[in-house]
Design a protein. Structure first.
Length: 84
C-alpha cells in the first residue's frame, strides 16, 4: 500500500485539462498529488495508477487519492489546489 502523508510542503492551483497532467514538482516519476477542492461538484481525475474516475457530487475538502490529472470534461468542482 502506498504511504499517504498528511502534511504538504508545496501547493499550486489546478487548471482542469483533458490533455495536460498536473506538473510534477519533484522531478522524476510523477507519483501524483493530493487535492483540496474549495467548491464541490463532480470531480473527474486520472489517478497515479492510471484510473479515470469521477467522484460524483464531491462535497469539497481534501481528496486523499494520488492524482496526476484533473479533467475539464466531467468536472464541475472548482477552486482546486494540488498538494505535494
Amino acid at each position: 500500500m502506498a504511504y499517504q502523508k498528511l502534511q504538504t510542503s508545496r501547493a499550486a492551483a489546478v487548471v482542469p485539462s483533458d490533455t495536460v497532467n498536473i506538473p510534477n514538482v519533484g522531478g522524476g516519476a510523477n507519483y501524483g498529488c493530493t487535492l483540496y477542492v474549495g467548491t464541490g461538484g463532480n470531480l473527474r481525475v486520472l489517478t497515479a495508477g492510471l484510473d479515470d474516475v469521477t467522484f460524483v457530487n464531491f462535497a469539497g475538502g481534501f481528496l486523499p487519492v494520488q492524482v496526476i490529472k484533473v479533467f475539464s470534461t466531467g468536472t464541475a468542482a472548482a477552486d482546486i489546489l494540488a498538494l505535494w
